[in-house]
Design a protein around this ligand. Structure first.
Ligand SMILES: Nc1ncnc2c1ncn2[C@@H]1O[C@H](COP(=O)(O)OP(=O)(O)OP(=O)(O)O)[C@@H](O)[C@H]1O
Ligand SMILES: [Mg+2]
Length: 341
């Protein structure tokens, strides 16, 4: 995580969290579930004030006392992870009343608490409430509620029992067995469905932070995208892009976006290619601990990707015997492919 944190591109963004009028629908086609859900609603025209965002969402407004109880006073041993925004704690609530319950009973939640010194924090917090308060899809993590009390900013999510893809790919230890080839493909497909939903004509959202730590896994390895703090409404009318100050994470952000600040859905597609490459190779997008010439995964892998006879050189050797050359080649060329628009 240190790598990603220190590599976070820190620049101030004008951060317009207003949404344009939208009609959102989902096909509910999750890989493991047969349930089919369609949600639709119209959203008031942009821009929306903080009050409007908070009022119009279907989210539960928690008090700080509720969340203290649910997490046993933010006990250090219940920390699930830490990111640029703050720490994430495990907690328990009653699934109907949402009141705190005894650990081990009721519904498990993940509570993200903003570090108070976080400069971008409030904007990212509000963007998360804005987007996840309105967008529902089997491949997006479910936001249950939030807490806004004095200077405190928290977010309450469904708990994702298998944590992040980052941990599964890069953490060594007995708990994290290397993900099999089939599971990697399942996760890639789930994450792609989440991204496709965001980019769809009805939703038109650019995610801007597609990376392994933001892909969370449920008990069946269904992938769900989390962290909408940097998300933006896509361009409207005949505009080709949204102009922004550059934000995101080095190694994942598209070079043309870094160079120009012009954000399009293609920037997310580039990041998808990087994540797919991380899954195929078991290497991080940026890894300063590797020999020189291998720090940047994309630069290092590119010469091998388009060559069927060389492809095996970049595939994670923990996957030996699990994939066909044809399959590896298909996935590798997909990671290289430019989006069609
Ligand atoms: N809903 C959740 N269920 C289970 N674990 C979670 C959940 N949300 C976050 N986590 C864990 O907490 C970690 C930290 O998450 P967070 O989104 O704050 O930061 P990050 O994605 O690692 O980094 P960054 O701040 O650069 O985006 C995640 O990597 C994941 O392991
Ligand atoms: Mg994250």
């Amino acid at each position: 995580m240190g790598v990603c944190l220190s590599a976070r591109i820190k620049a101030e963004s004008p951060c317009n969290t207003g949404l344009s009028a939208k009609y959102v629908s989902t096909d509910g086609n999750d890989m493991s579930s047969t349930s089919s859900k369609v949600s639709s609603f119209s959203v008031p025209p942009t821009p929306r004030s903080e009050g409007e965002i908070l009022q119009s969402s279907n989210l539960k407004s928690f008090s700080l006392a509720d969340l203290k109880m649910a997490t046993r006073n933010f006990r250090p041993d219940s920390v699930l992870g830490e990111g640029g925004f703050g720490s994430v704690f495990k907690g328990w609530i009653d699934e109907h009343s949402f009141a705190a319950t005894k650990p081990g009973t009721g519904m498990v939640i993940a509570v993200k608490r903003l570090n108070q010194e976080s400069f971008q924090g409030h904007k990212e917090w509000l963007a998360e409430v804005n987007y996840l308060g309105q967008l529902y899809h089997p491949n997006l993590v479910k936001l249950i509620g939030y807490c806004l009390e004095d200077e405190h900013r928290l977010l309450v999510y469904e708990f994702m029992p298998r944590g992040s893809l980052e941990n599964h790919l890069f953490r060594r230890g007995s708990y994290f067995q290397p993900l099999s080839w089939n599971l990697r493909m399942k996760v890639a497909l789930g994450a792609a469905k989440g991204l496709a939903f965001l980019h769809s004509a009805e939703t038109k959202v650019i995610y801007r932070d597609f990376k392994t730590s933001n892909i969370l896994l449920d008990s069946n390895y269904n992938a769900k995208l989390s962290d909408f703090g940097l998300a933006k409404d896509g361009p409207t009318g005949d505009k080709s892009h949204v102009s922004t100050r550059v934000m995101g994470t080095y190694g994942y952000a598209a070079p043309e976006y870094l160079a120009t600040g012009h954000l399009t859905a293609k920037s997310d597609v580039y990041s998808f290619g990087v994540v797919l490459l991380e899954m195929l190779s078991g290497r991080r997008a940026v890894d300063k601990n590797r020999p020189s010439g291998e720090h940047n995964l994309v630069e290092w892998a590119k010469p091998y990707l388009a060559n069927k006879r060389k492809i095996f050189r970049i595939i994670d050797n923990r996957l030996e015997g699990q994939y066909t050359l044809e399959g590896a080649y298909k996935a590798a060329t997909l990671s290289l492919r430019l989006p069609i628009h």
